[in-house]
Structures are given as structure tokens and as C-alpha cells.
Design a binder for this molecule. Structure first.
Ligand SMILES: Nc1ncnc2c1ncn2[C@@H]1O[C@H](COP(=O)(O)OP(=O)(O)OP(=O)(O)O)[C@@H](O)[C@H]1O
Length: 225
């Protein structure tokens, strides 16, 4: 497993907002079957790093490669194998829960989405809400729908920002098991989290960002498994 080529490689990426350096010279390489947890205080730069990893924010310096190809804002094709849940998603107000998942699966080339969508709906416990519009879901149910969007599409890399947010205790336990399973199936996972349980259960490596409150991050890295 460890000999497999990295899926994602970030080399010396840096980002400042105005004069304030947020991420300085950050590097990360993630292989299939690895799960990397980014931890650290509020404002340490976790989300900024994740946004650079998925190509949503351009680093001031450095580069990000997915499957050996450089990510740019226009590299839709390169990003095809990466599923991310970073911000609260903007759902289509007129599409039901099941229609969202069906649409996403089809858009990503799943030929017969129904069995997959049904299975994911059951997993995230939204079967009873499958006909509801997103605006009528509880906040935790909306979070479950956002996570479900990552699981109905083909993927080799999962990038998640605080995926535990607003989930109940059972939901976090499900998420930990699901991410563990994804990793064991050979996906690469990168996630930011404030939940020590999720980090302990899922991560094979923890990268702790030492900054916060706007200061630059000096990271430390620990191999967990
Ligand atoms: N677009 C922006 N413009 C200006 N400052 C920004 C911008 N985006 C992020 N920042 C600043 O960068 C720093 C890092 O933010 P980021 O969201 O990456 O932190 P985080 O580690 O994910 O924090 P949290 O744990 O609170 O989610 C913060 O000080 C934030 O205010």
C-alpha cells in the first residue's frame, strides 16, 4: 500500500490574505489508503489549505497535483476523481433530497444511480425525508445530505472540512466507520476536524497546524497508523 503513488501532492503552498500570511510553505502527499487529518485552532488555516487542495483557491506560491496533473481553476477534468464537502452546500431549492443525489450521480457518470442512491439514503438515514425539499430539512439532515453527495459519485480522493459538524453522536459514529471503510477500500482521505474521536478513528496521519488567530502555521505531523 505504502508503495502506491500519491494521489494528491501539495508542494510548498502558501497563501496570504492581504498582508497576513495564513499558510506558509505547506507540503502534503497523500497515497491511496491514507487518511490525513488536519487539526488546529480556529483560524489556523485548515479550510484555506483544503480549498487549495481542491483547486478552489489558488496558492500564492507552490503547486498542487492530483494524479500527477497540476490543479488550476479550470481543470474540471483533473478534478473528476475528487469528491469534496467543504462549505455548506447550496442545494437547488426545487429539487427533493432524492432528486439531488440522483442528479449528482448522473452528472458524474453513474449509469444506473437508483440502487446507489437508495443505499446512501439509507446510510445517512434520510429515506423518510427523500421526497422533501432541502429547505425543509433540519440542519443535521442538511449536513447528512451534503455528505451523501460525496458518496453517490465515483471518487479516488475525499476532501472534507469538519464533516462532523451538526451530526448527532450516532451520525459521527457512522461517519467514522464510513471514512474508515473508504480508506480501507483504497481511497485517499483528507479532512479537517475538531473532533478527537473522528481523528482517532479515521486518521492514519495527523497534521497539526500550530497557528491560529491569523498567525502563520507551523505544522507538526504525526503518523497514527
Ligand atoms: N477570503 C479571506 N479573506 C481574508 N481572510 C481570510 C479569508 N479566508 C480566510 N481568512 C483568514 O484566514 C485564517 C484561516 O482561516 P481558515 O478558515 O482557513 O481557518 P480554519 O483553520 O479552517 O478555522 P476553523 O477551525 O475556525 O474552521 C483566518 O484568520 C481567517 O480569518
Amino acid at each position: 500500500m505504502a508503495s502506491r503513488a500519491p494521489v494528491l501532492v501539495a508542494t510548498s503552498i502558501s497563501k496570504s490574505f492581504g498582508p497576513v500570511p495564513i499558510v506558509s510553505d505547506f507540503s502534503l502527499s497523500v497515497r491511496p489508503g491514507e487518511a490525513v487529518a488536519l487539526t488546529g485552532r480556529n483560524g489556523a488555516g485548515k479550510s484555506t489549505i483544503l480549498r487549495m487542495l481542491i483547486g478552489a483557491v489558488r496558492p500564492d506560491e507552490g503547486r498542487v497535483e492530483f494524479d500527477g496533473q497540476r490543479l488550476t481553476e479550470t481543470s474540471a477534468e483533473v478534478r473528476r476523481g475528487m469528491a469534496s464537502v467543504i462549505d455548506d452546500l447550496d442545494f437547488f431549492p426545487d429539487l427533493s433530497v432524492v432528486e439531488h443525489l440522483d442528479l449528482l450521480a448522473r452528472a458524474h457518470g453513474v449509469a444506473d444511480p437508483e440502487p446507489l442512491v437508495d443505499a446512501v439514503l439509507a446510510e445517512v438515514e434520510l429515506v423518510a425525508q427523500s421526497g422533501q425539499l432541502p429547505g425543509t430539512l433540519s440542519s443535521g439532515q442538511r449536513r447528512r445530505l451534503a455528505l451523501a453527495t460525496a458518496f453517490v459519485r465515483p471518487r479516488r480522493l475525499l476532501v472534507l472540512d469538519e464533516p462532523e459538524q451538526r451530526l448527532d453522536v450516532e451520525g459521527v459514529a457512522w461517519l467514522a466507520a464510513r471514512l474508515q471503510a473508504e480508506r480501507k477500500e483504497g481511497l485517499a482521505v483528507v479532512f479537517a476536524s475538531h473532533d478527537p474521536y473522528l481523528v482517532r478513528e479515521v486518521a492514519t496521519r495527523e497534521v497539526h497546524l500550530g497557528g491560529g488567530t491569523g498567525g502563520p502555521s507551523a505544522e507538526t505531523e504525526e503518523t497514527i497508523a
